[in-house]
Design a protein. Structure first.
Ligand code: ADE
Length: 230
């Protein structure tokens, strides 16, 4: 999978891409990440990427030409499955959106500034708009990083143990059950004995029961959804 990120702040992604899962996924050549500085596509002698709004309210608006030039250059090189704009008024990101995006080949993520992007960029180029939550961040960079992480970890081979993405919270509309490691006894707080029983069926039944209890308690809105989607 190839992900092209269009941003005014490429340096914001540097640390994130060179650590942990994202690093490993690129080393294994399961994902290619490409950062594009929108400013490099400005033809203006001052390399301007924004301008005053026609409507006269405060704040600057990102101009269409540099973003269009960057997207059009990329589109000449390959076909893109989706051109996604990160924005708080997009559809709310969830596990099923991440699952479906992880199956695509080529994706562009556009990081803009909410209220501050010429509407024609959205109408002419954007195929999908995604929000990472009902709160406003100062730009689309953190949301693009969140979306990238949610997608890349689902690509087969990225996680060491392939089953571990399948057992994530939300993958079956259930939260994950609790997990434990050594010591067995921490100041009198013991690991549930069933986990030491060696009986796979008992352990799996316990995990499912705990996942259901946890979901009912913490996210009752999710509970029962697994039947709805059948
Ligand atoms: N840009 C600013 N806030 C955002 C959010 N919550 N989700 C996606 N993009 C954003």
């Amino acid at each position: 999978m190839r992900i092209d990120i269009l941003t005014l702040f490429p340096a914001m992604f540097a640390g994130f891409f060179s650590e942990s899962i994202l690093k490993r996924a690129q080393e294994k050549q399961l994902v290619e990440m490409h950062l594009h500085n929108i400013r490099d596509y400005s033809t203006d002698k001052h390399r301007r990427v924004d301008d005053y709004p026609y409507s006269g309210e405060a704040g600057m608006v990102m101009k269409i030409e540099p973003i269009a030039a960057c997207i059009e250059k990329l589109q000449k090189e390959r076909m893109y499955d989706e051109i996604i704009f990160l924005t708080p008024d997009g559809e709310l990101l969830n596990q099923s959106i991440a699952n479906s995006l992880s199956m695509l080949q080529n994706v562009i993520l556009l990081c803009g500034h909410y209220k501050g992007i010429d509407e024609r960029i959205r109408s002419l180029f954007i195929t999908r708009e995604i929000s990472i939550g009902d709160y406003v961040l100062s730009g689309g960079e953190l949301p693009a990083a969140v979306l990238t992480d949610a997608i890349v970890r689902l690509i087969p081979g990225v996680l060491n143990d392939e089953t571990s993405a399948l057992s994530d919270s939300f993958q079956y509309e259930l939260l994950s059950p609790p997990v434990y490691t050594r010591p067995y006894d921490y100041k009198g707080h013991r690991v549930p004995d069933v986990l030491l029983s060696g009986n796979e069926k008992l352990i799996n039944d316990w995990k499912l029961q705990k996942a259901m209890e946890r979901t009912k308690e913490k996210r009752p809105d999710l509970f029962g959804k697994q039947n709805d989607s059948d």
